[in-house]
Design a protein around this ligand. Structure first.
Ligand code: FNR
Length: 373
C-alpha cells in the first residue's frame, strides 16, 4: 500500500497531492477575474458541467492476478511515438496565469516528454515557444481572415520546427462567458496575441450580444469562417500532418477521415464554444465506431485525473489533451507546476492501469469500465 502519487516537491505547495488539486490552489494564485475567465465556458457553462459529469458516469473494474510488470504507457500517434498519452491542449494567453506564459509551459512539456500544442493566440512568440519546447511540439492554427495571413502563420510554424498542425474549427464564433463577465474580466494590456497580424483578426469573436437577424453573425464573423474547401486548400499548403480539433459528430469525423486528415480531436473547446454541446466523452464511442479502430483520435474536455485519462482511452481515445489544468498549474508554480501536474496525471494513470490489470494502453478497452449512472 505504498502511496505513489502526490507528495511535496520543492516549490510546489504541500497541499497539492493529486493533479486536480491545482484547480483548487489556483483559486489562491490567480486574480479572481482571470480564474473566472479560464474556468468558465460560453454562456451558462452547461457543456463545462457536462464534460466533468461524463467521467463520473463510469466506474473502472479492478482485476486480479494479471501480470503487468512490464507495463508502460507508450503510444504512437501517426509517425510519432510518445512515452505517455498526456498532451498539453492549445490554451491562449498564458501570460494571464504566469509572466513567463507559454515559455514555461513549453519547458515543462520538454521535461515531462509531453507534446505541447501552441495556440495561435499564444502570448509569447511562437519561435520562442518552439525553442523552449522539446522534441514534441505541434502548432494550433486558427484560419485567419486572409489566406495570406494563414499562410504566413503556417510558414512560421514550419520554420520554427513544429511537427504537426492542429486546426481548430469549432470556434469561429464564441459567446462571452457569463462567469467571466460577472467577475469583471478584462484582458490585461500586456497579454496580447503576439503572433497574429492584427490581434483582433482571426480570433474567435468575443462579447457578441445575440439578437435575431444580427448582421454581425452570418454576414459578419461567419462570412470569413472556414468551410470544407478551405480545409482542402490548407492541406495542400503544408507537408505537416494536419489534425482537426473540435469535432463532436460521427459524420464530421468520418468526412474528415475521408478528407485525409492525420487525426481528429474530439473536443467541445472545453465548453467554450456551443453551450449545450454534448460532453466530448459522451460522443467518443460513436466517433470511434464511425472511424474504425486505427484512425488516430484524441479527446479533451474535463480531464482532471489519471482516472479520467484511463476512461477516455477505454472509450476510444488514443491520447488526451489537458487544457485548464495546465493554466492552473502554471499559475501555481510556473514550469515546475506544469511538469508536476503532468507527472501526477501520468502516475495516476499508471496506478489505474496496474489496478485494472492493464499493462499497456492497448489493454485498456471498454470492458474495463462499468456504466454506473
Ligand atoms: C482554450 N482552448 C483553446 N483551444 C484552441 O484550439 N485554441 C485556443 O487558443 C484555445 N484557448 C483556450 C483558452 C482557455 C483559457 C481555455 C480554458 C481553453 C480549448 C482547449 O484547447 C481545450 O479544448 C479545453 O481546454 C479542454 O478542456 P479542459 O481540459 O479545459 O476541461
Amino acid at each position: 500500500n505504498q502511496p505513489v502519487a502526490g507528495g511535496a516537491a520543492g516549490g510546489i505547495p504541500a497541499d497539492i497531492r493529486c493533479a486536480q488539486d491545482y484547480e483548487i490552489v489556483a483559486q489562491r494564485t490567480m486574480a479572481e477575474p482571470s480564474y473566472a475567465y479560464v474556468a468558465g465556458g460560453s454562456g451558462r457553462d452547461l457543456t463545462v458541467a457536462a464534460n466533468l459529469a461524463a467521467f463520473s458516469q463510469w466506474s473502472m473494474y479492478p482485476r486480479v492476478l494479471r501480470d503487468v510488470k512490464d507495463g508502460h504507457t507508450r503510444v504512437a500517434l501517426g509517425t510519432q511515438t510518445f512515452l505517455h498519452p498526456i498532451l498539453l491542449a492549445p490554451v491562449a494567453f498564458q501570460k494571464l496565469a504566469h509572466p513567463a506564459g507559454e515559455i514555461d509551459t513549453a519547458r515543462a512539456a520538454q521535461a515531462m516528454d509531453s507534446c505541447m500544442v501552441c495556440s495561435t493566440l499564444a502570448s509569447c512568440r511562437l519561435e520562442d515557444v518552439a525553442h523552449a519546447a522539446g522534441a514534441h511540439k505541434w502548432f494550433q492554427l486558427y484560419f485567419q481572415t486572409n489566406r495570406s495571413d494563414t499562410l504566413a502563420l503556417l510558414a512560421r510554424a514550419e520554420a520554427a520546427g513544429f511537427s504537426a498542425i492542429v486546426v481548430t474549427l469549432d470556434a469561429s464564433i464564441q459567446v462571452a462567458s457569463t462567469r467571466a463577465l460577472q467577475a469583471g474580466f478584462r484582458m490585461p494590456a500586456d497579454c496580447v496575441a503576439v503572433n497574429v497580424q492584427d490581434a483582433s483578426a482571426g480570433q474567435p469573436a468575443q462579447d457578441i450580444e445575440l439578437s435575431p437577424g444580427d448582421s454581425r453573425i452570418f454576414q459578419g464573423v461567419m462570412r470569413a469562417a472556414p468551410t470544407w474547401p478551405d480545409l482542402a486548400w490548407l492541406m495542400t499548403q503544408t507537408s505537416l500532418p494536419v489534425w482537426v480539433k473540435g469535432v463532436l459528430h460521427p459524420d464530421d469525423a468520418r468526412a474528415l477521415q475521408a478528407a485525409g486528415v492525420a487525426g481528429v480531436v474530439v473536443s467541445n473547446h472545453g465548453g467554450r464554444s456551443l453551450d449545450g454541446a454534448p460532453a466530448s466523452l459522451t460522443v467518443l464511442p460513436a466517433i470511434r465506431a464511425a472511424v474504425g479502430d486505427d484512425f488516430p483520435l484524441l479527446l479533451d474536455g474535463g480531464i482532471r485525473s489519471g482516472a479520467d485519462v484511463f476512461k477516455a482511452l477505454a472509450l476510444g481515445a488514443d491520447a488526451v489533451l489537458v487544457g485548464r489544468l495546465q493554466m492552473y498549474a502554471l499559475s501555481v508554480a510556473g514550469a515546475l507546476g506544469v511538469a508536476h501536474m503532468i507527472k501526477l496525471l501520468r502516475e495516476e494513470l499508471e496506478v489505474c492501469m496496474a489496478q485494472a490489470g492493464c499493462a499497456t494502453l492497448r489493454d485498456i478497452s471498454s470492458e474495463a469500465l462499468l456504466r454506473c449512472s
